[in-house]
Design a protein around this ligand. Structure first.
Ligand code: ATP
Length: 489
């Protein structure tokens, strides 16, 4: 099955549910729109993705440290960052279908259709008109574009549109017992500001010298106008962000370095490089002087997974102004005080999770002349696999389970491993294929005599006989963090 189809995407979503990767939140109450829970295998995969990111940022870089800031922040943070006034999406409703859309996305879809039809001049002109309207916050202009280009509602097929309105994406709530406006706080819409407000705390207590970075993994919340495509666009999601502080004037050099480093990080997972690309921003955010997305070819097309932004000194300067606290760094090498410039790398953990699922899920035809057969496999990079090895006694008796548990008890100190004695061995292999376990270790009668076992490899289905004493090394060589991290240095 081609991976660029709705059917493939549906199979990813149903596989994720069937095997305990992702569930709809509060499903027994019919779910909550665009909110998802990670199940027993999903949370393992997610933790492994976080570990991969954290180790590659913090452990492999002498000049990057990590923090864990609170979700709630002083409300002035969001005034200073521009989110209270500017974190809006232009929305529009179709009066017939009662469906709500992002006006800019309706226009982007039209541009893609022009491109698909070979109308490149029309596509370029429309893109320019869109950028002009967005840069000028011209909501009436967006509406005119939608009308002029005969953009219809995908559901009702009509052009019966409301005006375009701005919609702030931040969730607000009350802190403390008083329910008046003074106590209003926000669920953070990005993790970055927790890093900016702690810039000097970390720099001073960690005796950090510029250039240096601060990394963080945490939840972010956005009241997305339209939330769809599974865990692609959620209202509660997780970000992995790193802000890299550098000397003014050097930022574009660092921007290019991080742009390259981050793509290399994605490609080190070993998936097809043709499904990854850069997308340079046409419309720069008010704080940025360069920005690029790393896009992945999802079943619904190339979409952003990670953003790399040169944010200038905008955020620190704003916090200096609003807090009246100096956000400056004294650079002993040039004997000067300055507000550092910042390069941000910001990746959505849930989107990354989806790229890994889409890349890994395959159905293989194993039919022979005699019989029809196929298997569903999650070909995860071994270091990311939720279960690293399954230990399978050939039978449930004669001391084989005890021998298998001995192996389990050694390997479980370092890895998440599973024991399974139910059903025929072939069926157990298939169960492990479907959850992406890189190797199955089968304990048989010979194992009791000569302390060897059979390893069956997920991807090739090949089998080999190895000594039990070698298992720790074999699992480590295949699925250990060092094997993956070595590709980055
Ligand atoms: P988009 O244009 O798709 O809305 P964005 O440009 O607003 O994304 P950023 O603010 O740059 O996104 O956030 C950084 C990363 O956080 C994105 O690259 C994406 O992976 C992730 N992200 C942003 N919004 C969501 C969301 N609603 N659900 C899941 N992940 C998200």
């Amino acid at each position: 099955m081609s991976k660029q189809t709705d059917d493939f995407f549906k199979s990813v979503v149903s596989h994720a549910k069937e095997y305990g990767f992702v569930f709809q939140s509060s499903e027994i109450y019919d779910g909550l729109s665009a909110v998802y829970d990670y199940g027993q295998l999903g949370s393992e995969l997610k933790n492994n993705l976080k570990t991969y990111w954290w180790k590659s940022m913090v452990q492999l870089h002498e000049n990057i440290v990590g923090i864990d800031a609170a979700i709630f922040m002083h409300p002035t943070t969001w005034k200073a960052s521009g989110h209270v006034d500017g974190f809006n999406d232009p929305m529009i409703d179709n009066k017939d279908s009662k469906k709500r859309y992002r006006a800019d996305q309706l226009i982007e879809d039209k541009i893609a259709r022009y491109e698909g039809d070979g109308k490149t001049a029309e596509a370029a002109a429309l893109l320019e008109a869109l950028n002009t309207a967005l840069n000028a916050d011209d909501l009436a202009g967006l509406k005119s574009i939608i009308e002029e280009h005969n953009i219809v509602c995908p559901v009702s097929g009509t052009k019966n549109w409301t005006e375009v309105r701005q919609f702030n994406l931040m969730f607000a709530t009350q802190m403390g017992a008083m329910a008046d406006g003074a106590d209003q706080v926000y669920l953070r819409p990005e993790t970055a500001q927790g890093i900016f407000v702690n810039f000097l705390n970390v720099q001073k207590t960690g005796r950090m010298k510029i250039p240096f970075g601060i990394a963080q993994i945490g939840k972010a919340f956005r009241n997305e106008v339209i939330a769809r495509q599974f865990i692609m666009r959620m209202r509660e999601f997780e970000q992995m962000e790193m802000q890299f502080f550098c000397r003014p004037g050097t930022e574009l050099e660092w921007y290019n370095k991080w742009k390259e480093t981050r793509l290399k990080w994605h490609l080190a997972l070993g998936f097809d490089p043709a499904n990854y690309r850069y997308h340079d921003h046409d419309k720069l955010a008010h704080y940025a002087n360069a920005a690029v997305d790393i896009e992945f070819n999802f079943p619904f097309g190339f979409k952003e997974v990670e953003g790399i932004h040169s944010r200038t000194d905008f955020d620190l300067k704003q916090h200096q102004e609003y807090s009246k606290k100096k956000m400056q760094y004294f650079d002993p090498e040039i004997n000067q005080n300055y507000i550092p410039y910042v390069i941000e790398t910001s990746i959505g953990l849930d989107r990354l999770f989806l790229t890994v699922l889409c890349n890994s899920l395959v159905t293989e035809d194993l039919s022979t002349a005699e019989k029809q057969d196929s298997r569903v496999v999650l070909k995860f990079p071994p270091a990311l696999a939720p279960v690293k090895a399954a230990i399978l006694p050939l039978t449930k008796k004669d001391g084989l389970p005890e021998k298998a548990r001995e192996i389990l008890n050694t390997l479980k100190l370092d890895y998440n491993v599973q024991y399974d004695e139910k059903d025929a061995i072939g069926k157990r292999y298939r169960r492990q294929d479907a959850i992406g376990t890189p190797i199955c270790i089968t304990v048989d009668y010979d194992s009791l005599e000569d302390n060897t076992v059979t390893i069956r490899h997920r991807d090739t289905m090949e089998q080999e006989r190895v000594a039990i004493g070698d298992l720790e090394r074999i699992v480590n060589d295949l699925a250990g963090w060092n094997t993956l991290l070595k590709k980055l240095i």
